[in-house]
Design a protein around this ligand. Structure first.
Ligand code: DAH
Length: 345
């Protein structure tokens, strides 16, 4: 190896940055670099010598080039390693929960309920806030002029009778029309009615459950509701009663009350002599099944519906519904939940 090549290799080796290496490359192989200049002298030589010297210089050039590339690869890996070390994140450091805010009580309640029912095999079905009369009323066995329609202050959107859904029961219809049984769904979301006071807002939330299969009876409905409410309120012997009631889309229908005490003006769930109505439920009316193309002689089912906001208020002791929707950061900070705590029941 020529002395020159050895010196250059050493110089390349001593480069400690990509920038220094690039400087050496330009000095040797650039347009007016040392080796480039050597090649330019070849033209003046006679043919024999030119071939001989040409070969020699080109070998030199090749060797320098390889050595530059090798060093470049080495420096690049190191540069990456250095960068990774400098930017390393210590994942064992403790978290700072305050930096990402809190979960709204409704979000928390939705998570609790969906995770409970997911374990029982229910999936979440989506509907839309804007509905038509067919899905919100007719198919649910609430035809025009039915008293149940008059008792609800519906927000109508236009002459085509589009409306803001008054309950999540519309999702039952959408699901049954598109999904062959067996069905086991939960539908949670916003519903709208023109009413407003401490416990009513024009927009609120409901959760709806629907099970359709062969040989489904009231016993299934009763145990599903009982187990859920006892889990939700964390009271193993929560007193409960199923009261006969009426809904056009279920037959028979029931309302469920849970035991509570109102002594001294304070509401306490689970003990005492009083009752608190918490949800509506029943066996899906054969007419509703037929409306959705399901044969009631083969399939039966049960459904239930309840107010999410009310469930949230009762469990977490929130007296007024209106602040739920006022987006007051102080209220949220006080009543919100840490996003890091599991909502699993
Ligand atoms: N849709 C009813 C309401 O808004 C609640 C309800 C009652 C839903 C009984 C049901 C049910 O699925 O079976 O008041």
């Amino acid at each position: 190896m020529s002395q020159a090549l050895q010196n250059w290799k050493e110089e390349i080796n001593q480069c400690d940055s990509l920038k220094a290496l690039e400087d050496v490359r330009v000095r040797l192989l650039g347009k007016s670099g040392e080796i480039t200049q050597m090649l330019k002298t070849l033209g003046a030589l006679d043919a024999e010598l030119r071939r001989e010297k040409g070969l020699e210089i080109n070998q030199l050039k090749e060797a320098v080039y390889l050595s530059l590339e090798e060093k470049r690869a080495h420096l690049t890996t190191h540069a990456l390693e250095d960068k990774l070390t400098a930017e390393a994140v210590d994942v064992t450091l403790s978290i700072r929960p305050e930096s990402i805010g809190t979960l709204h009580p409704i979000t928390r309640t939705i998570e609790e309920i969906t995770s409970y029912f997911a374990k029982a095999g229910f999936s979440v079905a989506e509907g839309s806030d804007i509905e038509d009369e067919e899905h919100n009323f007719n198919a649910l066995n609430i035809p025009e002029h039915h008293p149940a329609r008059q008792s609800i202050d519906t927000f109508y959107l236009n002459a085509e009778k589009m409306l803001l859904r008054t309950h999540t029961s519309s999702v039952q219809i959408r699901t049954m029309k598109t999904t062959p049984p067996p069905i086991r769904i939960l539908s949670l979301g916003r519903v709208y009615r023109s009413e407003s006071d401490a416990t009513h807002t024009p927009m609120f939330h409901q959760v709806e459950g629907l099970v359709i299969d062969k040989d489904i009876h009231m016993g299934h409905l009763k145990s599903t509701i009982t187990d859920f409410l006892r889990h939700y309120f964390g009271i193993a012997d929560l007193p409960m009663r199923f009261r006969p009631s009426f809904f056009p889309f279920t037959e028979p229908s029931a309302e469920v009350d849970i035991g509570c005490s109102r002594e001294g003006g304070a509401l306490k769930i689970g003990s005492g002599k009083d009752w608190l109505e918490i949800l509506g439920c029943g066996m899906v009316h054969p007419k509703v099944l037929t409306n959705c193309g399901i044969n009631p002689d083969i399939y039966q089912g049960f459904a239930f519906g309840m107010g999410l906001d009310r469930l949230s208020m009762l469990k977490y002791g929130l007296p007024d519904l209106r602040p739920f929707f006022e987006s007051d950061a102080r209220w949220l900070k006080h009543y919100g939940f840490s996003p890091y705590l599991s909502a699993g029941l």
